[in-house]
Design a protein around this ligand. Sequence first.
Ligand SMILES: Nc1ncnc2c1ncn2[C@@H]1O[C@H](COP(=O)(O)OP(=O)(O)OP(=O)(O)O)[C@@H](O)[C@H]1O
Length: 244
Amino acid sequence: MLTLENLTFDVNDDEGGKGIIKDLNLTIGDGKFVVITGPNGGGKSTTAKLIMGIEKPTSGRILFDGQDITDMNITDRANLGISFAFQQPVRFKGVQVLDLIRLAAKKKLSVTDACQYLSEVGLCAKDYINREVNASLSGGELKRIEIASVLARASKLSVFDEPEAGIDLWSFQNLIQVFERMRKNTNGSILIISHQERILNIADEIVVIADGKIVNHGSRDEIMPQIMGTASAVDACSKFYNQD
Ligand SMILES: Nc1ncnc2c1ncn2[C@@H]1O[C@H](COP(=O)(O)OP(=O)(O)OP(=O)(O)O)[C@@H](O)[C@H]1O
């Protein structure tokens, strides 16, 4: 279980200090599929970075399975079982896709097993397994390879920041199935940041973050009717935000 307690993140800008995350409290239960949505610039990616340890909160605590991980670095958090797929994945020159998936799985996967993860995300495994994870891969290919490596990791908590970004429509359909299978086949929790209605539609819980705060949080059945019927989830979230 992940708990964010009174989480605050401030930055210094030209006008002095600015609050990015403002006293945010959130619990993600074991085995839950939670989607965070909200308007651009609301603080979703920053929340994910605080969970991963890429950013350090100004105040507040992060607990994972009861352990205070607020001061822990990225590697230690990963070792505890928190995985992260970036909005813009990192390229690793000199590392092959097969190495990346084996590293993620932390065991000597056979080529066939590693290929299985690539097939899951809609990549023709034989075309990619020996490719280098470098600039020759398109953004969408890289994104799918990264999602495959998160699947291979099978962590207690997997965090995906806008997995749909840069992915074509056909692959997007696949991606939904990947998440549905992941939900069925793992005991781990899944946290996805997304603006996509189809991803919101498979969530157990939806959290709406705007202006650094949680402005709505509930089951899919509670939140979806409030989001549906507008041009997009983002518009609906802006509505919540403007009610303040
Ligand atoms: N280190 C930083 N320094 C200054 N401003 C920052 C920093 N990190 C985030 N911000 C600002 O905080 C706000 C929230 O950013 P964040 O990336 O978390 O938003 P988001 O909800 O993920 O947006 P999007 O939907 O566009 O991805 C933005 O206005 C961003 O410019």
